[in-house]
Each structure stands twice: as structure tokens, then as C-alpha cells.
Design a protein around this ligand. Structure first.
Ligand SMILES: [Zn+2]
Length: 409
């Protein structure tokens, strides 16, 4: 039995989104995706939205910035997760300062309190593998109703049509990786390959960002905290429940395939610390892609529960409304950029001398490059390598270009 209501979780996220200013939200004829992370306290039974993200855009490979100041991927799921990382960093600082926090000290690292769990909400299924869904379910029921109310003579044609519909699938815009097997793109259910790692569609040149199905599967396998935070935590953080919105295609089998099975022959129980649960709520996010909503909104919003609550709007991976001069200034980049998150990571290490020495050794913290620091996350890298090899089998190749340090001002 769940201790919280699925619909309430979605409602908390949608209500909070509704209260945010208009900037970055869809205008007429536009749609977007809303994702959020909700904290659940098993003792007090209190649910708290701790981060929100919106958006469905991704920049092409040629626009990526080695300075870590431009976000490659502005899909809602990714924004909500990066906002969540800020929430975690802030709580770690609270623990150091002996203020109320979701973490407790654990030797020189930090451990999530046992009563805290996290729930991930998204208004629709993630792009990529989980979005490849057979067109049955609602259509199937409709087909049956039509059949039973028609006379015998008409039944045959209805039957054929309904069978044809059954074979069709909802498609994803995300593409299979280059140099691997490609989608056959034949009619009906023979359009896509299943269980593939895919890259997100983008305007202009190809993106190197993998689909949200791939990213979320990664969070389920190695934790949502990523390489840097993993060095500060005694254990990775796993999302226990995933809730998806109504009014859009949903299929638990597709989620199981994308997140837990892929084309894997080994049992997932052996690979996973925690097997998450999947649900669909009955709430419909008001800006889903339907009817007249034909264009995706250009902007992405990130909101994080902090002391003053953080709210930023992004376009093409940078803050909305930046002047040309400010666009290159690192101090003006989004709080969820690689650069700013690396800064939060270093701020914790500066306060934790012993841990800092363990991680950096003889090297100077300020001079350590971002990409080099991530490689120091031994437990994370080992888990990630095993997941790539056993579960995904293949992954996107990104240039090792984020070699910035915080001195690069
Ligand atoms: Zn996506």
C-alpha cells in the first residue's frame, strides 16, 4: 500500500507550476513537458515538491560549450534533476552548519535520513525507448465498443481496422546512435527497434544528448546524484516511485523495457539496488501536446526549493534575456549549468577538509578540471561502466571537452 496519493503528487507539481510567472511557459498553440521531484517523509507523511523542470528542447553538438556555461539538454526531466542536485547540495551545507537537513553526517561523508524518499513526476512518458508504445489500451476498448454496437455486416471491416490500429505504435523522435542498427521505419509496429539507446532530436545539427528514457534508466541503475555528488555521499540516491500524467500515451511494459530490461538477458534484481515502482495518475497537465498545441514552447523553466526558492528561465541552454556581453560571462550562466554545479561541489569540499584531501590528494582543488574531477568518482565510475556494458551495451560518445576549472573567469 502506498502511503501517499498518486494524484496528489501530480497535483502538487501542477499547482506549483501554475503559481509560477508566465515567462518560459507555453503561449497559444504551444505545449511543454512538466517534471518534478517530490520528497516524501515516511514519519510525518509530508510531501514536498523540491524541484520542477519544464521544456523539450536540446542544442546541437556544434553549440556545446567547453566552459560548462551552456546546458546541452533542456528537457523537463533533465531540468528537474539538475534542480534537485542544487537541493541536495544546499542540504549538505545545512548538515555541515548543523541546520535542519535531509542528510546526516556519516564519517566525513553524508547520508540521507532513513525517513526520506523521493518520487519523480512527469506529465508524459520520457522521450526515447519508453515512448515507443503499442496503440492498444484505450483504442482497444473503443474498438470493442464500436464492434458490439454495429450490425454483423459492418463488423468485419471494423475488426480489420481495429486490428490494424492494434499493430500501430506511438513513435519517438529520438534516433538510434550512429554506427549501430537503425530503425526499419516500416509501417505499423515495424517502425522502431526496441530497447535502443537513442539521441534527442534537435534543430540543425545532431545532438549528442541521449534520450530521457536512457538518462532515467541510468539514474535507476547508478543513482540520480551523478559522479560529483556521489563522492560526497555514503550511498547513491535512488528514486523509488515514478508517476506519469494522463491524457497522453502510457504503457508500463514500455517503462519496464526502457528502464529495467532493454535487450538484457541477466536478471535485473542482481543489478539494481532498488527496483522502482511505476504509476500513471489521473491528472492531466494542462499544456500536454494535443489538439491545437502544435509547437513546443521555446523556453525551459527550473524551480528549486531553497531558502529563497530558485527560479530561472532558459532558452537554448542559457538564461532568457541575456545581453550578448553577459552571455559569455560565467557568472550569468544558469544555476544548473555544469559550471555552477561544480562551484557548489567545491564549496562543500572547502568546508570538508578531510574529504577534500581524500578526493584531491596532492592536487589543488581550484586547479582541478571538471572532467578530471568526475573521473575521481571511483564508485560511481565503476557502477556506470558495469551498467553501460551489461545493460545499455552501447552509449553515446561525447568529446571529453569540459576541461574547465573555476579559475577560468
Ligand atoms: Zn526527453
Amino acid at each position: 500500500m502506498l502511503e501517499f496519493s498518486i494524484d496528489k503528487i501530480a497535483e502538487y507539481c501542477i499547482n506549483l507550476y501554475d503559481k509560477l510567472p508566465k515567462s518560459g511557459k507555453p503561449v497559444k498553440d504551444e505545449w511543454t513537458v512538466l517534471s518534478g521531484i517530490v520528497q516524501f517523509d515516511k514519519v510525518t507523511k509530508v510531501c514536498d515538491v523540491v524541484s520542477l523542470g519544464t521544456g523539450s528542447k536540446c542544442i546541437g553538438a556544434s553549440k556545446m560549450s567547453p566552459a560548462g556555461n551552456i546546458l546541452n539538454d533542456s528537457h523537463a526531466e533533465v531540468f528537474a534533476r539538475r534542480g534537485f542536485l542544487i537541493y541536495l547540495y544546499k542540504n549538505i551545507v545545512h548538515t555541515i552548519e548543523n541546520k535542519p537537513s535531509i542528510f546526516v553526517k556519516d564519517k566525513n561523508k553524508f547520508k540521507l535520513r532513513e525517513n526520506i524518499e523521493f518520487i519523480f513526476y512527469s506529465s508524459q512518458m520520457p522521450c526515447g525507448d519508453a515512448s515507443i508504445i503499442p496503440k492498444i489500451g484505450i483504442e482497444d476498448d473503443v474498438g470493442n465498443i464500436v464492434l458490439s454496437s454495429k450490425r454483423d455486416a459492418e463488423e468485419d471491416s471494423c475488426d480489420i481496422e481495429s486490428k490494424r490500429q492494434k499493430l500501430d505504435i506511438y513513435r519517438t523522435g529520438a534516433k538510434c546512435l550512429p554506427h549501430t542498427d537503425q530503425d526499419p521505419k516500416k509501417p505499423g509496429d515495424n517502425y522502431h527497434l526496441l530497447g535502443q539507446v537513442r539521441t534527442k532530436p534537435g534543430r540543425g545539427d545532431r545532438t549528442l544528448s541521449v534520450s530521457c528514457s536512457d538518462k532515467m534508466a541510468r539514474w535507476i541503475h547508478v543513482g540520480i546524484q551523478g559522479a560529483l555528488l556521489d563522492m560526497l555521499l555514503s550511498e547513491p540516491i535512488f528514486i523509488k516511485y515514478f508517476i506519469f500524467g494522463s491524457g497522453v500515451p502510457y504503457c508500463e511494459k514500455a517503462l519496464q523495457r526502457a528502464f529495467l530490461k532493454r535487450n538484457c538477458d541477466i536478471s535485473i534484481e542482481k543489478m539494481l539496488t532498488y527496483i522502482p515502482e511505476f504509476y500513471q495518475c489521473s491528472k492531466i497537465f494542462p499544456h500536454i501536446r494535443e489538439g491545437d498545441c502544435i509547437r513546443p514552447a521555446a523556453g525551459s523553466i527550473v524551480w528549486v526549493k531553497t531558502k529563497q526558492n530558485l527560479l530561472e528561465v532558459a532558452v537554448q541552454g542559457q538564461k532568457l534575456g541575456l545581453t550578448k556581453k553577459k552571455a559569455n560571462s560565467l557568472s550569468c550562466c544558469l544555476s544548473i549549468s555544469k559550471y555552477k554545479l561544480y562551484k557548489l561541489f567545491q564549496e562543500v569540499l572547502i568546508k570538508q577538509n578531510e574529504l577534500c584531501n581524500n578526493i584531491c590528494g596532492e592536487e589543488s582543488l581550484r586547479k582541478l578540471e571538471y572532467s578530471k574531477m568526475k573521473k575521481k568518482s571511483e564508485r560511481y565510475q565503476a557502477n556506470w561502466c558495469a551498467t553501460k556494458e551489461l545493460f545499455f551495451k552501447i552509449w553515446t560518445i561525447k568529446p571529453d571537452m569540459w576541461n574547465f576549472t573555476l579559475n577560468d573567469q
